[in-house]
Design a protein around this ligand. Sequence first.
Ligand SMILES: NC(=O)c1ccc[n+]([C@@H]2O[C@H](COP(=O)([O-])OP(=O)(O)OC[C@H]3O[C@@H](n4cnc5c(N)ncnc54)[C@H](O)[C@@H]3O)[C@@H](O)[C@H]2O)c1
Length: 465
Amino acid sequence: MINQTRRSFLKSVVRGSAGLAILPSIVPARLFGADAPNKKIQVAQIGCGRMGRSDLGNVMTQPLARIVAVCDLDTKRVAAGKQMVEDYYRSQGETDVNVKTFHDYHDILASPEIDAVVITVPDHSHALLAIKAAIAGKHVYVQKPVTYSIAEAIGLRRAVEAKKIILQTGSQQRSEKPWKSFRAASEAVRNGRIGQLKTIKIGVGLDKPSGHAPAAMPVPPNFDYERWLGSAPEQPYMELRVHPQDDVEGRPGWITTEDFGLGMITNWGAHHVDIAQWAMAQELGGPLTVEAHAQFMRHDAWTVHTTYHVEMAYPKKVQLIMDNKFPNGIRFEGDEGWVFCTRSPEEFTDADSTKKLPPLLASDPKILSPLDGNAVRWMPSKNHHGNWLESILANQQPIAPIQQSARSLEACAAAWIGMKLKRKLTWDAATEMFVHDKAANKMRSRVARKPEYDFELVLKQAGIA
Ligand SMILES: NC(=O)c1ccc[n+]([C@@H]2O[C@H](COP(=O)([O-])OP(=O)(O)OC[C@H]3O[C@@H](n4cnc5c(N)ncnc54)[C@H](O)[C@@H]3O)[C@@H](O)[C@H]2O)c1
C-alpha cells in the first residue's frame, strides 16, 4: 500500500503545481518500485560544477523531487554539492538528512532506488552518460547542447526511444521560468503575427582567448582526470582546460576548448537556434544549406572560434543569420513586422559584451497581444525542471524532448562544420546527413579515445539498433 500512497501523493502534487489535466491513466510502474519514505521522485545529480549547482537548486526545491545522491569526479565538488543539498533540506526543518555521494556514475545507474538523473557534465560526455542512464531505465535531464556531435544526438535519441524514458534537455528558454520572452516571441512568430517570416538574426556572444599558452600540469589529487577526459582525445591535464580548482561556480575552461565543447556556436547556439527552429516549425527539421566563416583561437590554451558569421537557408525561404556583431538574442523579421527576444540583462555572462536590450521587443505591441483559441500554443511549462518531473509522472514528452534538441544540435554542429570546412554545405534533414559530402559527414562523429567511452559500442551491447 505504500506504493499506492506514493502514487496518490505525487498525483496531488502534480495537480497542485501545474493545475493541468496531464495525469496518465497508467503511471509508469518503475517509479514506484522503490519504497521511498519521502514519496518523491528520487533524483541523483551527476556533475556538481557551475551549472550542476544551479540544477541542484532547481530540482531540490521542486515538490515532486528528492535529491538523494550527488556525483562528481572532483572530491571537492561532490562534497560542496552534498553540503548544498543537505543545508537546504535542513533549512526546511529536517534533522535526519544524508545525501549519498558517488565518484563513479555507474554506481548511481546500478541503484534501483534512484528513479532519475540530472546530467550536468561537460558537453563531450553528455551522450555516453545519458545513453547509459537511459539503458539503465533512469529518466534523464541532460544539459544543452544535448550532445557534442551529430552522431551522438542520433544515438541518444535511439536509446531514449528504445527504453521509453523521459528525457528533458536543459533548454530552459522553452519554459516560463526563468524567462518568458522566448515563448512569447516564438509563439507570435509561429502564429503569423509578423506575417511571412523572412529572416532570423541571432547573436550568441563572443569568446575571447585566455592569453595563456598550453602548458601541462600535474593532476590535482582530488580529481579523476582519466574519467573526466572520457571519449575526448588524449592530452595532458591543464586546469585552464578543465574547471577552476578554487571556485566550484567558476566558468570552466573546457567550454572554450574544442575537444570538449565547440564554442558559442553550440554553447549559446543550442539555446537560440532551438527557439528559432521552434518558431519556424522546423523543430523536427533543419537547414537546407549552411555557410559559415569564423576565426579560431591560436597559440592559446583555448581553441574554440571567436568571431563568426553563419548563414543558414531554411524551407519557405527563411534565412537564419548568426553574427558576433548582433546583440545576444533572437530577432525575427517578417513582411509585416519584427519581434526580438533575449534574457533579462542581468543574466548575461562575461562573453556577452554586446549591447544589452530589453528581453522582449516588437515593431508593434499588437504582435505580442494574447493569441486566440485556435492558435498554435506551446505545451504549458511554468518551470523547466518542474516540467521534466511532471512529464515523468505523466509518462509524456516534456517541453524539450530529444527528438527536437537533437535537431537543434544538428543545425549548430553543421554550422561548426561549415566554419571548419570554409565552404557551403548542403544538409538533408530527412537523412540527417550532408549531401554527397564525405568530409562533412566524417565530422558528424569522432572516434572515442578508448572502447569504454564509445557510445556506439554501448548501444550495440544493449541491442539498440
Ligand atoms: N542551460 C544553461 O543555461 C547552461 C548554462 C551553463 C552550462 N550549461 C551546460 O551545463 C553543463 C556543465 O557545465 P558547467 O559549466 O557546470 O561545467 P563545470 O565544468 O563547471 O562542471 C561540470 C562538472 O562535471 C563533473 N564531471 C565531468 N565528467 C564527469 C563524470 N563522468 N562523472 C561525474 N562528474 C563528472 C566535473 O568534474 C565538473 O565538476 C555543460 O553541458 C554546459 O554546456 C548549461
